[in-house]
Design a protein around this ligand. Structure first.
Ligand SMILES: Nc1ncnc2c1ncn2[C@@H]1O[C@H](COP(=O)(O)OP(=O)(O)O)[C@@H](O)[C@H]1O
Ligand SMILES: [Mg+2]
Length: 303
């Protein structure tokens, strides 16, 4: 822990009444996340100390503000934003184990998937609004493209896939959605908690509306194929069904919902491939091949 972090922690203690009681959370992109208490309340504190962490914390703040604006405030960890000498800080409820850890140790993982899907369905319904999904679709596409151009070129030169990606991009923007709702592409089990007061989304990006079939596909693929979590075969089917129901609720054609689900799976596979590059079990290459298969599926679908 360097001096600057120490001084922020001291300030939190002296001026915000927060007692830091845990070690910092060592994993994730922002390493300066601490557990603490504020009176009787158990809290998490996320501190934007480096330039990268600052961006991340401000992005989360933006995401939480937007979640409140669209009526999804109950799904946030009740964050409070403070700043100390230019360092942005989020103080929020401790929502308990994230879904990855919760599922890993679950006695009845199916009931957890049931609850997640019920809560998400409610969230989608209450946040349904008229509007375009361009920003979120563009974000998702950029993530996919970045994996192919910056990382997965270890398997195949980017130029070999440029045409394929161009076709996919064209097809994405042909999707017509009269409505949008709560959504963001990076729906991983580490960024959600099922607390005693319900589902909580932690670590949101700045854009939190769009078409959730992409998120659900990422989440489904991540729990079943990438992390092989207990109950995930059951969970996958449930999440896929939820994607189809959400598509119908938002007024999409079934073929567009299916397209977005396959696209979401391609995004997830490309990320699963990227994060495993260099490992010796061959899984990275397997996910790369699978990402391309999902993209091919997207293109082979009739318009
Ligand atoms: N409010 C919270 N309640 C419970 N756990 C949290 C909370 N905030 C963060 N965590 C834990 O810390 C991990 C990293 O936090 P996150 O905000 O996702 O950071 P990163 O941007 O590094 O991914 C989460 O995956 C979760 O396990
Ligand atoms: Mg995270």
């Amino acid at each position: 822990m360097n001096l600057t972090v120490q001084s922020v922690l001291r300030w939190l203690e002296d001026c915000q009444g927060i007692t830091i009681c845990g070690q910092e959370i060592k994993w994730g992109r922002v390493k300066t996340i601490f557990k603490g208490t504020e009176g009787n309340r158990s809290v998490f504190v996320k501190i934007g100390i480096t330039e990268e962490a600052k961006k991340e914390v401000l992005m989360n703040k933006n995401g939480y503000d937007k979640m409140r604006e669209i009526g999804a405030g109950n799904y946030t960890p009740n964050p409070r934003f403070v700043e100390f000498q230019g360092v942005p800080i989020i103080i929020m409820d401790d929502c308990g184990e994230n879904l990855f850890d919760m599922l890993k140790g679950a006695v009845n993982p199916r009931s957890i998937f049931d609850r997640i899907c019920e809560e998400l369905w409610h969230l989608y319904r209450i946040t349904k609004i008229k509007g375009g999904a361009e920003e979120s679709l563009e974000n998702s596409f950029r993530i996919l493209e970045e994996q192919f151009s910056r990382y997965l070129s270890v398997y195949e030169p980017f130029s070999a896939n440029q045409r394929l990606l161009k076709e996919i991009r064209k097809k994405i923007f042909r999707v017509r959605s009269p409505f949008i709702c709560f959504a963001f592409w990076n729906f991983t089990p580490e960024d959600m908690c099922l607390s005693t007061s319900g589902l909580k989304i932690i670590d949101p990006p700045g854009c939190v509306v769009g078409l959730p079939m992409i998120d659900l596909a990422c989440f489904a693929g991540s729990v079943r194929d990438a992390s092989k979590l207990p109950g995930a075969e059951y969970g996958y089917d449930l999440l896929k069904k939820l994607a189809s129901d959400a598509g119908e609720m938002l007024g999409l054609k079934p073929k567009d919902t299916e397209f977005l689900f396959n696209f979401g799976r391609a995004v997830q596979c490309s990320l699963s491939a990227r994060y495993r590059i260099g490992e010796e079990d061959g899984l990275s290459k397997k996910f790369f091949v699978e990402a391309k298969e999902f993209l091919a599926k997207c293109l082979s679908q009739r318009n």
